[in-house]
Ligand binder design. Structure first.
Ligand code: RB5
Length: 151
């Protein structure tokens, strides 16, 4: 899969480890920064990844900040994005099975590395159940038609 990734300063280290983990698993990674621990504002990074996924330039997105929360709030403003910030493997699996989540948000300050990687692996490997869940996602897509972020 092609995966777009980004982090702010508070997620930089976990983002670097995530890049290596995804590449080792055979995924193609588009690293959209940040490239150091120097303080930056997370919205621009979230919007970059969200736009790449929404435009089909990447199949999935991964965003890392201190908590994962700011990235998740921002990414979900972009039409077509279903961003989630799961705190357990079960949450991650269900976000794929029922919500077809296409952006994963992780918190470097909130999750131990091994928990973050377990969530990442489960999220990357789980498919969408479709059926009644697809009907519900199309209802969300209808809502988005009137709620686009300015270009
Ligand atoms: C940065 O200090 C922190 O606020 C940010 O990484 C993130 O946790 C915001 O949601």
């Amino acid at each position: 899969m092609k995966v777009a990734l980004a982090a702010d300063h508070a997620g930089f280290e976990l983002k670097q480890m995530t890049v290596r983990r995804l590449e080792a698993a055979g995924h193609e990674v588009i690293d959209m920064g940040t490239n150091s621990g120097k303080s930056v504002d997370y919205p621009a990074y979230a919007i970059g990844v969200a736009k790449a996924v929404s435009a089909g330039k990447a199949d999935r997105g991964v965003l890392v900040c201190g908590t994962g929360l700011g990235m998740c709030i921002t990414a979900n403003k972009v039409a077509g994005i279903r961003a989630v910030g799961p705190c357990s493997v079960d949450h991650a699996v269900m976000s794929r099975r029922h919500n077809d989540a296409n952006v994963l948000c992780l918190g470097q300050r909130s999750l131990e590395d091994r928990t973050a990687f377990a969530i990442l692996d489960a999220w990357m490997e789980t498919g969408f159940d479709g059926g009644r869940h697809a009907r519900r996602l199309s209802q969300i897509a209808e809502l988005e038609k009137n709620w686009r972020v300015p270009k």
